[in-house]
Every structure is written in structure tokens, then in C-alpha cells.
Design a protein around this ligand. Structure first.
Ligand code: GUN
Length: 288
């Protein structure tokens, strides 16, 4: 079997088009422009790239983008006071503090200082609790993008066996809650899981989010399964070049899966599209 390739880039473009239409209507009919503030502390190169892309895409859909770039030695108190300021700013509907933060700053404290209604990452403890109890919440962008691709591919997910590899707060845990919300039978696997191969072999849906290059070989994949690869790992390529690979060995997995996301061009573009969608949702909720 040769898997269908799930085109996250094209799917994300359709979401951004819808968001742009929504933003245009909010402007025309209500005179409101959704605003997203992104806060970056320090010089982490990967974070700088993400933040630049987020700003560009935010402007492209017609929203206001505000970027706060703070030095590495910014104090926790100063960061908290910026968050307070953004919480109180009516032109800002979404706040994203780029992670990881420098070690001297308590990330949980900062995330939990964001007004839950403006927490477009869905990381605030209130949003985590709402998602965990199946209530309306801000949903973390990467798992939301994965869920949208799965629903698009499979229609109903009810009763399917799903395995999420990775238990991070950003992807693994919220992903498991979303799949449970869609009535999957969910297993969360992680670095201590015994017989990971056997666990993965049972799954109709595999979401890999561990950050280990190509750790899932194709012969673990149940024939016809849908594979969502969240990993973005840099490995040596030809000559001096680096190349990006996922957590799944794409070449062998695509011979067994029914459908699979590529890396790059799968989950990655969906994350920013969902961030923009969450910002519009936050803006609409703030304005009744
Ligand atoms: N760092 C890596 N992924 C994310 C994300 O989704 N949100 C934030 N705030 N930081 C990140």
C-alpha cells in the first residue's frame, strides 16, 4: 500500500483564507481588528524563526500583529508586568509567550498570568482544565491542527484506536484529550512505555510527538492506519546541509499507512493557521 500524503500546507492555506474572510467581516461590520501579541524573550534561533513567521502570517490575514522582543536577562517581574499590560489592552485579543523561556523565569507562572480568554496557546491551567473536562476552551494549536487533519481524512473518529507518542503539555496530553473527546480509545505512550512497537501496531491513528528523529519505523504501522507526524528534527543531510525529518520514518511508513503527514509540509503549517483561528475566536468571544 502507498499512503495518501496529507497536505498540511494546502489545508493550512484554506484555514488562513477562512480566517482572512472572518477578519474582513469583523472590520467591515463591527470596526474591530483582531490583535495578536507575541512575546519572545532571548535569542533562541528556532524561536526567532517561529515568531517571525507568526507575525508575517498574522498580518497577511489582516490582523494586527504586535511583537515584543525582550533581552535574555529580562526579569520574571518585568515579563509578568508586560503580560498584565497586554491583558488590559482592549486592542489585544490573543497573547502568546514563546516557549522555552530562559531558565531564570518560571514558565508556568508566566503562562498562568495570561488572561485565560486571551490565551490563544491554550496553555493556561484554566484552559487545560476546561479541555480535560470536555468544556469550551482555547485549544492548543498543534493538537488542534492534528485533529482537523484527522477529521478531514477519516470523518468520524468514533471507536478508533489512537496512540499518542509523547506526553508533553504542549502536544501529547492535549492531543489525547481531543481524541478522547472524539470517542477514540486513546493510549498515551512515552519513553518508559513497554513494548512500544506492540502498542503502535494496534493503532488506527498514530500521532508521533516525541522529538526523536525517525524513531517510529514503518513496520510498526498497522496497514491502512493514519499517521500524523508532529516531529520536526534537524539531521545531517547531503554535504554540509541539514534536512528536516519527523519522528516517523516516512519512507517505510508511507508503504503501510493509509495516509500520512510529510515533514515538512504536514503539521507545521497547521499550527500557525490554528493560532490565527484561535485569535479570531478570542476576538469574537471578547466582543460578544
Ligand atoms: N514553542 C514551541 N511550540 C510552541 C507553541 O505552540 N507555543 C508557544 N508559546 N511556544 C512554543
Amino acid at each position: 500500500m502507498t499512503a495518501e500524503i496529507i497536505d498540511g500546507k494546502a489545508f493550512a492555506a484554506t484555514i488562513r483564507d477562512k480566517v482572512a474572510g472572518h477578519v474582513a467581516r469583523l472590520k467591515e461590520e463591527h470596526g474591530i481588528t483582531p490583535g495578536l501579541a507575541v512575546v519572545l524573550v532571548g535569542e533562541d534561533p528556532a524561536s526567532q524563526v517561529y515568531v517571525r513567521n507568526k507575525g508575517k502570517m498574522t498580518r497577511e490575514v489582516g490582523m494586527e500583529s504586535v511583537e515584543h522582543r525582550l533581552p535574555e536577562d529580562t526579569s520574571e517581574a518585568d515579563l509578568l508586568s508586560l503580560v498584565e499590560h497586554l491583558n488590559a489592552d482592549p486592542a489585544i485579543h490573543g497573547i502568546l509567550v514563546q516557549l522555552p523561556l530562559p531558565d531564570h523565569i518560571d514558565s508556568d507562572k508566566v503562562i498562568n498570568a495570561i488572561a485565560p480568554a486571551k490565551d490563544v496557546d491554550g496553555f493556561h491551567i484554566s484552559n487545560v482544565g476546561l479541555l480535560g473536562t470536555g468544556q469550551k476552551s482555547m485549544v492548543p494549536c498543534t493538537p488542534l491542527g492534528c485533529l482537523m487533519m484527522l477529521r478531514d481524512q477519516l470523518g468520524s473518529l468514533s471507536g478508533l484506536d489512537a496512540v499518542v507518542i509523547g506526553r508533553s503539555n504542549i502536544v501529547g496530553k492535549p492531543m489525547a484529550h481531543l481524541l478522547l473527546g472524539d470517542s477514540c480509545t486513546v493510549t498515551i505512550a512515552h519513553s518508559r512505555t513497554k513494548n512500544l512497537a506492540e502498542v503502535v501496531k494496534r493503532a488506527d491513528i498514530v500521532v508521533a510527538a516525541v522529538g526523536r528523529p525517525q524513531m517510529v519505523p514503518g513496520d510498526w504501522i498497522k496497514p491502512g492506519a493514519t499517521v500524523i507526524d508532529v516531529g520536526i528534527n534537524r539531521v545531517p543531510g547531503e554535504g554540509e546541509k541539514m534536512r528536516l525529518v519527523g519522528d516517523v520514518d516516512f519512507a517505510s511508513a508511507s508503504e503501510r499507512a493509509g495516509a500520512i503527514t510529510p515533514v515538512p509540509g504536514g503539521v507545521g503549517p497547521m499550527t500557525i493557521a490554528c493560532l490565527l483561528a484561535n485569535t479570531v475566536t478570542a476576538c469574537c468571544r471578547a466582543n460578544g
